[in-house]
Structures are given as structure tokens and as C-alpha cells.
Design a protein around this ligand. Structure first.
Ligand SMILES: [Zn+2]
Length: 422
């Protein structure tokens, strides 16, 4: 038995080793007409980026291109780091025919949701999102399997930081019937006592979660500051951060005081709650719904408008107060003529409408997000030592952020995903 296990490990190692060897030594040189550094909000002309074994080895003007290198000519384009979406649900797509999340979760098999995840991951990557934080609603760890399949290069997709099952007070985000209490499973891990919270975190981490997602306040009973502090500490002990879904003012205040890494949505946050988040270095992942996206939720037009206006107002105030923000979309619905990637990038419209300067929006979509996800040393910048997650646009996004909707070149970990106009 033991011998067979070792044999399996050796075979896996050999297979992985071969796939690494096949790309080893090949140098790729990207000629960038303009290279944007989102961290500083600057662009440099005529830069060369050298890439080997999936990583950037050198960046500069007038760099010698080694003989035999594969040259990618983007000299008429603007080149920048890949984008981040910090709030996705790749393994959930609610159909247009019925926008109810509960029903979709009930009706779709895990196999079908894995296929949805595969298609959504590919679409996100093709639109320029090279890293995604997936915050639950992925059945029984379908997200972990999706991440593994991408990491093993079985399918194309972004780097995924996944949450596993969402941890929440009893009921999660559903409204159950007493005789149908199991219908909430397996989407949510109910945790009301400290023991249940600790167990839920450990179970999640064991089954592959790289971040803990909690729902603070979708029931009349909400997680307290002490509950959240306990969860943050337990998660930290396991090496992961906490993302907190907050729909109410009190929920957001509890999360900010409890020291979570990020508040998701937070659309009811007052200036006071935003100031508290800023003081505690809590990042806001605002999922700022555009007017169109609010309509896609199935809301009547006047309600969709109100919903959207609340988001825009909170986005403006968060920017003014100076809360650190990271881009997140929460697009979990199917829309005819759009895919998950085009829908996600359309959320830029809210930032434009709120008057956020392009350089700040770009930072929110790259540098800030990389820090929140804890990958800033590996991804999110075009610098020597970083993985080559690189995209290109026809115009300079520092001048026209809308050009991010026209990403025409995508490279992830040194591999070209797309290089044609969309
Ligand atoms: Zn969400």
C-alpha cells in the first residue's frame, strides 16, 4: 500500500517536472510602447520586459534581447499588470429566467457548477483578470478543484484565492423552512458558537480555502465585534485573512472594529463606519454595481436606480475619506451577450461615474488588490522577480480608464492567453 502511494507521488512529480522542463529556458521579450506602473501612476515609453520560466527577469529601456527569444511586439500598445477582481463567484451563475440564488444553488449539480466555473474562469482571464478572489457559493469546495485544475494547467484561468464555504450565523443568506433546514447545505457553514467558528475555519482551510469569508449580517442576529475578533484570530492562526460580507451599518462597524481584512459591499456604511475602517486598515471591496448591473439583478428599474445610487454615493464618500479600496464585482448572473469577464470589467463605469481619478481606479484594480490578497510579492506589478501577469490595451488607462474594456493581450505566468483584438 505504502509503495503504491510513493509510486503515485513519484509519477506526479515526474509529470509536473516534465511540464516545467518543457518551458524552461525559453525567453520571451515584450516590447512595450508604453509601460504603466499603477503603484506610482506613471507610464514609461519604449520598455522591454524579459520573461523566463513564467517570471519577469528584467524590465527597462534598451535592454538587449537574447538570441532565440520569442519577441512579442506591443510597441503600439500600453502594457500594464493583469487586473484583479476581489469578489467573484465563479462557480455560481444565476440564469436570466430566475434570478433567485437559492433556487439556482438547489437546481444546479456540482458537476454543472464546475463547468460554469471553468467557463467563468476562462472569460475572466481573457478580459484581463489574472487574479481573482473567489468568495464562496461554490457548493462543496468546487472552487478548490477549480483552482487546482488551473494551477495544474488543465484549464486556463486566473490565479484564484478561494474561500471554500461561507461561514455565517444559522441560515446563512437563506430563509429556510423548519422542515427543510438542510436546503442551506452545503453552501454555508453555520457557526454560532466559538467552537463552531473554530471548527468551520479549520474545515475550510483543510479543504483548500485560502481566505475565510463570513456573512456578518444577513439575519436579525449578527456577528458581534468579539465574534469577529475571534474569527480573525483563528483564521490568522491558520495563515488566512477574513473577508466580511456586510449589508448593514452595524455589521460593517462590527467588522471594521473586529479587524477583518476587507469589508465586502458595505453599501450602507456611514462616514463614521468608513472612518473606522480606514483607521483599522480595513479594505473596502465595494462591489459597486453599475446601473446596468443593478438591473441584471432583476430589480424593477426605479429600485435598481436607488440601489445603484446608494453604491455611487458610498463610493464617493469612501474615496473622499481615504479608505483603501480594492476592486470587486459580485457578478453572479448570466446576461445575454456578455460573459463573466466583460461584466466584471464593466464595473469601471461606477468609478467613472463617482469621479474617481483613473490612476486611483487602476491602483484599486491592481496594487491595492494584490496587497489585500497577500500576493503583492508575486503578482500585481511588472517588476523583476514577479510572475509575468501582463495585459495590454490600445490606450493609456491612466488617461482613459475605459480602455480596460478593450484588453487585447493577456499573459498569465508567462503564458500568452490572448493576443488578438476582441
Ligand atoms: Zn458576493
Amino acid at each position: 500500500m505504502r509503495i503504491r502511494r510513493y509510486a503515485a507521488i513519484i509519477v506526479t512529480y515526474l509529470m509536473f517536472g516534465v511540464s516545467v522542463l518543457s518551458v524552461q529556458g525559453q525567453v520571451t521579450a515584450i516590447k512595450a510602447g508604453r509601460l504603466v506602473d499603477p503603484d506610482t501612476g506613471t507610464a514609461a515609453r519604449n520598455q522591454v520586459i524579459l520573461i523566463e520560466n513564467g517570471k519577469i527577469t528584467a524590465v527597462g529601456s534598451g535592454l538587449a534581447i537574447p538570441a532565440g527569444a520569442k519577441v512579442v511586439d506591443l510597441s503600439r500598445m500600453t502594457v500594464l499588470p493583469g487586473l484583479f477582481d476581489c469578489h467573484s463567484h465563479l462557480c455560481t451563475t444565476v440564469p436570466e429566467s430566475n434570478r433567485d440564488l437559492f433556487t439556482a444553488d438547489m437546481k444546479q449539480s456540482s458537476a454543472y457548477r464546475a463547468i460554469l466555473g471553468t467557463a467563468n474562469a476562462k472569460a475572466m482571464l481573457e478580459s484581463g483578470f489574472t487574479t481573482v478572489r473567489d468568495v464562496g457559493n461554490a457548493g462543496l469546495y468546487i472552487d478548490t478543484s477549480l483552482r487546482n485544475a488551473i494551477d495544474q494547467q488543465i484549464i486556463p484561468g486566473p490565479t484564484i484565492i478561494n474561500a471554500g464555504r461561507i461561514i455565517a450565523p444559522f441560515g446563512g443568506q437563506y430563509h429556510l423552512q423548519p422542515e427543510r433546514r438542510d436546503l442551506g447545505q452545503p453552501e454555508y457553514l453555520y457557526a454560532d458558537t466559538r467552537d463552531e467558528m473554530r471548527k468551520a475555519i479549520r474545515e475550510n482551510v483543510h479543504f483548500g480555502a485560502r481566505v475565510i469569508k463570513i456573512v456578518v449580517d444577513d439575519q436579525p442576529y449578527i456577528y458581534s465585534v468579539d465574534d469577529i475578533k475571534f474569527i480573525v484570530q483563528e483564521a490568522a492562526n491558520a495563515g488566512v485573512k477574513v473577508a466580511a460580507h456586510c449589508m448593514t451599518e452595524q455589521g460593517a462597524k462590527n467588522a471594521a472594529e473586529g479587524g477583518v481584512a476587507s469589508i465586502e459591499h458595505g453599501f450602507r456604511m456611514s462616514d463614521e463606519a468608513l472612518t473606522l475602517a480606514k483607521r483599522n486598515n480595513v479594505v473596502l471591496v465595494g462591489t459597486d454595481f453599475t446601473l446596468a448591473a443593478a438591473g441584471y439583478l432583476g430589480l424593477p428599474p426605479d429600485i435598481a436606480k436607488q440601489f445603484h445610487d446608494v453604491f455611487i454615493d458610498r463610493l464617493r464618500r469612501a474615496y473622499k475619506i481615504g479608505v483603501t479600496m480594492a476592486f470587486g464585482t459580485d457578478t453572479f448572473f448570466a446576461v445575454a451577450g456578455e460573459d463573466r469577464g466583460t461584466l466584471a470589467v464593466s464595473f469601471i463605469d461606477s468609478f467613472v461615474e463617482a469621479g474617481i481619478p483613473a490612476k486611483d481606479t487602476l491602483k484599486i484594480m491592481t496594487t491595492n488588490a494584490a496587497k489585500l490578497l497577500g500576493v503583492e510579492k508575486q503578482r500585481g506589478a511588472i517588476k523583476a522577480g514577479q510572475f509575468a501577469d501582463i495585459i495590454a490595451t490600445p490606450e493609456n488607462p491612466l488617461e482613459n480608464i475605459q480602455t480596460l474594456k478593450k484588453v487585447s493581450f493577456v499573459m498569465k505566468t508567462g503564458k500568452i492567453i490572448r493576443s488578438t483584438d476582441k
